[in-house]
Design a protein around this ligand. Structure first.
Ligand code: FE2
Ligand code: FE2
Length: 236
């Protein structure tokens, strides 16, 4: 049987959202992070956006990332979209800390139960340490970075905020590297027993987290930060 998969090179405002979801379920996660309706019916992207008060350009840019296409180089978004972007980021933080964290922790535990080698307890420890670092980063964003970004949209500029895009980038790459190390441990180093199912499910969960974090980081670095810099320039 021939599979018909829809792989657009570029998303158009006239594309139907349901087709995009059918070929890439990650889009559901985007709708969830934006608190948008899941029952999309037969609507085209453009009318869905108008109906739900979201900028079509922003939505198409985000869809592009969520279906795994490279970010367009010519993104131009109005600063008024900043609160929507921050809302999406905060919702995805919640998804990491309250959904993926629990899921992965449980899967690692199941793996350890069927494969009681001492090395398997390293994974539990490694993952806990990793999540502590992620939590610290998300906390910093929610309590320091985001409030500052939002204050800029209200025309305020605070001099006592030390924001460094460089520190931000470094922290992000640390988070990505550690997650890759964890996958490496599970695929190349840890002894196996009859733990096919639990190990596969652990890896799938980790890769779902990895994908969303990758998109999330791109949104922060390539969409949010440039918008913030643009606002700072205007307020100078
Ligand atoms: Fe974030
Ligand atoms: Fe971040």
């Amino acid at each position: 049987m021939k599979m018909h998969t829809f792989h657009p090179i570029k998303i158009s405002p006239h594309d139907k959202l349901i087709t995009l979801i059918g070929s890439n379920p990650h889009v559901l996660l985007l709708l969830e992070h934006l608190n948008l309706p899941l029952l999309v019916g037969n609507q085209k992207i453009e009318s869905y956006c108008t109906k739900n008060n979201i900028d079509t350009n922003l939505f198409i840019t985000l869809l592009t990332l969520y279906i795994g296409l490279p970010l367009p180089t010519d993104i131009s978004l109005p600063a008024s979209e900043l609160p929507s972007i921050v809302k999406l980021l905060k919702n995805s933080h919640h998804y990491y800390l309250h959904e993926k964290y629990i899921e992965i922790k449980n899967k690692i535990h199941e793996m350890h139960l069927v494969n009681p080698e001492p090395e398997l307890s390293w994974v539990e420890k490694f993952f806990e340490d990793y999540m502590a670092e992620v939590r610290e980063h998300l906390d910093y964003e929610e309590h320091t970075a985001f409030p500052y970004f939002l204050s800029l949209t209200q025309g305020k500029m605070s001099n006592n905020f030390q924001f460094s895009a460089k520190d931000y980038l470094n922290h992000h790459s640390d988070i990505e590297i550690k997650l890759a190390d964890l996958k490496q441990l599970l695929l190349a180093h840890l002894p196996v027993a009859e733990d096919y199912k639990a190990r596969r499910q652990t890896l799938q969960c980790l890769m779902e987290l990895e994908f969303d974090l990758k998109v999330h980081t791109l949104i922060e670095e390539k969409i949010l930060v440039p918008l913030v810099i643009q606002l700072e320039e205007q307020l100078k």
